[in-house]
Design a protein around this ligand. Structure first.
Ligand SMILES: [Zn+2]
Length: 160
């Protein structure tokens, strides 16, 4: 709580650029999408910049809404030929979603908790074309076995 009062981030979105991309998340090709540069500046007390700004470029897929990473800035994307864009724009799962997927695999044997966690992970990873969604689905399916055993156990206890 205190660290949120002391340290904050200023986000600045600049250079919106309409481009057509092949989306790695939904698999659609030549989707009319929007590229933007996002500048992130760490701020002391939310008003004093303490480190250099970090600029990243993202492309929001116009079809599925997935946030694709670009290794080129909007300015460079503007000068890039459409057929070369796939080399620079790709889908990457966030670090948090990757962690959720690993944790859901580790705790899927626990009834109720494992199923709930895997379901939440599956929801957040639903647009991922990578191993993350597969891991979430596997964790969810595995978690159904201990859940069924626990439910049968509860039911048998009720009818004793
Ligand atoms: Zn898409």
């Amino acid at each position: 709580m205190l660290e949120h009062l002391i340290l904050g981030f200023r986000y600045e979105c600049t250079a919106n650029l309409p481009i057509n991309v092949d989306c790695g998340a939904c698999g659609d090709t030549r989707v009319p999408s929007l590229a933007y540069d996002l500048t992130e500046t760490p701020m002391l007390f939310h008003c004093i910049p303490i480190l250099d700004s970090n600029r990243s470029t993202f492309v929001k897929c116009g079809n599925c809404g997935a946030k694709l990473m670009s290794t080129l800035s909007c300015e460079d994307l503007r000068n890039c030929h459409e057929s070369d864009l796939r080399h620079f724009v790709s889908f990457r799962d966030s670090f948090i979603v990757k962690c959720l997927a690993i944790i859901s695999l580790l705790i899927c044997i626990f009834p109720f908790l494992g199923t709930a966690f895997a379901a939440v992970t599956w929801f957040f990873a639903r647009k991922s074309p990578n191993w993350v969604r597969t891991a979430a689905v596997i964790a969810f399916v595995i978690s159904l076995f201990p859940l069924c055993i626990a439910l049968v156990g509860v039911a048998l206890n009720e009818f004793k």
